[in-house]
Structures are given as C-alpha cells and as structure tokens.
Design a protein. Structure first.
Length: 167
C-alpha cells in the first residue's frame, strides 16, 4: 500500500521504486539519493521528497526500517518486492493494461507539470532523463534541486487536492 501511495509522488521507474533502500533516504535533507548502479542512465539520481512522501516513508519505517529494503519481498526481507507488485495492485483495483500501469504515473506527472507551466528541464531531470543533445548533456551538470524541490511539493499538494476533490 505504501509503495502504491508513493509511486505517483516520486514518478520513478517501477524498478527504482521497488529497490529503494533505507540507506538512500535522508529524512533530514528530505532527499532520496538513488545510486547510479540502480539507474537506467547510470548516474546518481536525487529525488526531493515532499511532505507527503516523507509521511508515507515514516508510515512504513516501523515495519521495514531495520531491513535493507523499504519495500521488501513478501518471501524474503533480503530482496526487494516483486517487479509486478504495483502493477498487480492496479489490476486488483480494476485498472486494465490499457488504462494504467505503474510506469504510467511518470507520463501523467510529466504531462500535468508541463500543462501547469513547470520548466521542461526540471521535469526531465526529475524523470531522470538524459539530455539528448550530447554537447549540452556533457556541459550541463545542473541538478535544479531548489526548483525540483518546489515542483515536487507543488505536485504532491496538487495530488492531495485531486484526492480531496478540490481544484
């Protein structure tokens, strides 16, 4: 349940979310730093954590906080949860494959953030996409952390508003 609630807030790839380790979470700085070894593009990825994301992590911490993985497998605390856990939860909720996938939260976030005027560079950085222009990609090392932190909190508040039937 916590993994499913966290998914739309951080819009990571499902594999990145399921393999979250407690050692990657910095509650004081409100950051999740995913090491390059876990990332598709092989570079560290910093995820600013909204108040809502922190609350979800604190909710599950008493249950899994002494183990390696935030979301361990039901079969072994030494492995992350299955790569289909969130997808199966969506299916049990009644969403079919043409309506929603775990990866689909990334598309929704990108679309709505663009529609609401957020800078494309900040959104793409948050999605952990690499600049396609090789020259620009080599020279631009900006992380846009202050802007992404503000964007991620706006996004979490926006989702709360939807959940509470507010505009």
């Amino acid at each position: 349940v916590c993994a499913l609630k966290l998914t739309p807030l951080v819009f990571l790839r499902p594999g990145e979310l399921r393999s979250a380790e407690w050692s990657e979470i910095d509650f004081d700085k409100k950051l999740w730093i995913i090491p390059e070894s876990k990332m598709k593009k092989r570079r560290d990825h910093i995820v600013p954590l909204s108040r809502q994301a922190i609350a979800i992590l604190k909710e599950i911490q008493p249950i899994t906080g002494t183990w390696r993985y935030v979301f361990p497998s039901i079969r072994s605390k030494d492995r992350p949860m299955s790569n289909v856990t969130i997808l199966c939860a969506l299916r049990r909720m009644g969403y079919d494959k043409d309506e929603m996938t775990a990866h689909g939260f990334r598309t929704i976030a990108s679309t709505l953030l663009h529609d609401n005027g957020f800078d494309s560079a900040h959104i793409e950085m948050q999605l952990a996409h690499v600049e396609r222009n090789r020259v620009k990609g080599v020279y631009n090392r900006a992380e846009y952390l202050p802007q992404r932190t503000e964007m991620m909190q706006w996004w979490a508040d926006y989702l709360d508003g939807l959940k509470n039937n507010k505009k």
